[in-house]
Ligand binder design. Structure first.
Ligand code: AMP
Length: 576
């Protein structure tokens, strides 16, 4: 069966196994990426049983790369980078240089040529966006200074890697030629051609794409068809990537990155990002599975020292470099440690770079195996790093040394996770969600003067509420810490005004835990949701559609009493 339908087998078996192992990894509080990679190892040629078609897996992975890079572009924010450029740019450059040099050292020890060393070192220098964002989100550090520095740092690393992916094919011949045999002047022409092609592509994207893409998105958005909008986003992402590769010989990755970057400037970007998420997730999973297929697990047995050295470069070498430079810029110990822990792993970019390195015959295959083994182990170790960080920072205040009077005091240390202060309000109304429903409630309640506490997940909306001086907790109300900080036990009631009843059920359950007698009113859109919310402890559930129906019925003019003349004659019926 699998011989006749290799594509279907690859997609189905890959996704099913990835789901099972991803869920298992999640259960053990490990990044699901590890589960996806292990799924790949299981369907790969190095383990017994089903072996997926490698060529097929590779092409599917390319779509995954395009969509991942599109996502990187979509989230790329020049503003975020500029706000932390003073530390993020030198920090990332120093860390990339250190990791590359350490990687080159290991490659030299393994007897590989310089080109292999450079690719290997660069692959070890760039952290995984997926792993980093998840770790920061979990600790609510994304909105803090430390979080912003880590994200800015990652953006610099991403840019460096995009440039590497573009330039590497042009530079490869110089490194693969026999030592001394290469005429370095011959490198100038291909390099200039590559630069010219990239410049032409970038110019076209900035001049034409910047006008056409937002116009197209607006046009499609106005058709009101969600399906067409999704298709437009996807067509733009894939089309730009493919066009870049076909017309300009530029990598798929760069095309997709630019398409995402241009789209991120449009107001519709948030929607565009959401629309592509499901497909992006599915293909990203297939990308990780196909990377896993390349892993030869026996590398750990065959080359234990090299694997250990690779892991040490990722988790220790990079961390020490990051810690040192952050401290040099006089940021607190906690910031330096958080950034070190966040970046002490490698992921998707390293896999893409390793793949390209092998394809260009720059990197020997064992190099890719080491990178993959290093990635899996470093992602596995990452939560331990953060646990260590929690431990160190929890101990810190007691151990803080006295500061000599003539030394400039250090900036205050911050905790490993952002604590949410308990609200001081009592007899208040906790309003979860400040959207269409929440805004209306807030307007009405502000007239009555009831103390109101907002809980809003959207960072921009929460920041706006705070700037208006309104009591607000920024965060997901389904997070027990967030709901506890709202102190529902002493509140007058909790209004769960969010549209997703599944998440609403979580919020209701968390709030119910704080008090059995608390009045909790939730929002639903169907009978099943009403039941779900009630089951989780809602005192009352309001179904939007019922209320709309009631209001519509109430708006119908009453039937005039029988026999009375109508005020206005009915319009004449047009002759047919
Ligand atoms: P609307 O559907 O227009 O009433 O908007 C719902 C609002 O609730 C949006 O502002 C969301 O950001 C917010 N929201 C959705 N889920 C949560 C949650 N779990 N915790 C806090 N806010 C939420």
């Amino acid at each position: 069966m699998s011989h006749h339908t290799p594509l279907i087998s690859m997609i189905v078996i890959g996704l099913v196994l990835a789901f099972a192992l991803g869920a298992l990894a999640h259960r053990f509080r490990i990044s699901p990426l590890v589960g996806y990679l292990v799924a790949g190892v299981l369907v790969g040629p190095f383990t017994p049983g089903f072996v997926a078609d490698q060529g097929m897996a590779h092409e599917l992975a390319e779509i995954g790369v395009i969509l991942l890079m599109f996502g990187v572009g979509l989230h790329f924010s020049l503003q975020d980078l500029l706000s932390v450029r003073a530390i993020a740019i030198p920090g990332a450059v120093f860390q990339i240089a250190t990791a590359t040099l350490l990687g080159m050292g290991l490659a030299w020890w393994l007897g590989w040529p310089v080109g292999a060393g450079i690719v290997f070192g660069l692959a070890l220098s760039v952290a995984s966006t997926v792993v980093l964002l998840r770790a920061l989100q979990e600790r609510r550090l994304l909105e803090t200074d430390r979080g912003r520095i880590a994200v800015g740092w990652l953006i610099v690393e991403d840019i460096a890697m995009v440039l590497t992916l573009v330039m590497l094919p042009a530079l490869a011949p110089a490194f693969t030629a026999a030592a001394g045999a290469y005429n370095w002047s011959a490198l100038v022409a291909p390099l200039l051609i590559t630069i010219a092609k990239v410049a032409a592509f970038v110019a076209i994207m900035l001049i034409v794409g910047k006008r056409v893409i937002p116009w197209l998105l607006h046009y499609v958005a106005h058709t009101g068809s969600r399906e067409l909008f999704r298709l437009a986003v996807l067509a733009i992402a894939l089309g730009c990537a493919f066009g870049a590769a076909m017309l300009f010989d530029v990598s798929f990755a760069l095309g997709a990155f630019f398409a995402g970057m241009i789209m991120s400037e449009s107001e519709l970007s948030q929607r565009a990002a959401n629309e592509t998420l499901p497909l992006r997730d599915a293909f990203a999973v297939l990308f990780f599975v196909s990377v896993g297929m390349l892993v030869d697990p026996l590398i750990v047995v065959r080359e234990p020292v090299a694997v250990l050295a690779t892991v040490l470069i990722i988790v220790l070498g990079k961390s020490i470099a990051a810690y040192a430079i952050v401290r040099m810029f006089r940021h607190p110990h906690s910031t330096a440690l958080t950034i070190s822990a966040s970046l002490a792993q490698i992921g998707e970019f390293s896999f893409i770079l390793a793949g390209l390195g092998v394809a260009l015959a720059l990197l020997p295959e064992p190099g890719r195996d080491l990178i993959l083994a290093g990635a899996i182990i470093s992602i596995l170790l990452n939560p331990l790093f953060f646990a260590g960080l929690d431990h160190i920072l929890a101990r810190k205040p007691a151990a803080a040394p006295a500061v000599a009077p003539d030394v400039t005091p250090e900036p205050a240390e911050e905790p490993a996770r952002e604590e949410i202060p308990l609200t001081t309000l009592t007899d208040h109304v906790v309003l979860v969600g400040y959207g269409r429903v929440g805004k209306f409630i807030a307007e009405q309640l502000s007239i009555t003067g009831v103390p109101l506490l907002f809980v809003e997940e959207d960072a921009d909306r929460a920041a706006k509420l705070k700037s208006e001086g309104k009591a607000t907790i920024a965060g997901n109300a389904a997070d027990p810490e967030v709901i506890r900080a709202a102190n529902p036990a002493v509140a007058r009631c909790v209004l769960v005004a969010i549209p997703d009843a599944f998440e609403g059920g979580q919020v209701v359950a968390q709030a119910r835990e704080t008090s059995a007698s608390l009045l909790i009113i939730a929002r639903a859109h169907s009978e099943a949701e009403i039941e779900h919310l009630k089951k989780h402890g809602a005192s009352q559930v309001i179904m939007g559609e019922h209320e709309i129906a009631k209001a519509m019925i109430a708006a119908i003019p009453p039937t005039p009493p029988a026999g009375s003349a109508t005020a206005e004659p009915s319009p004449p019926v047009a002759p047919t």
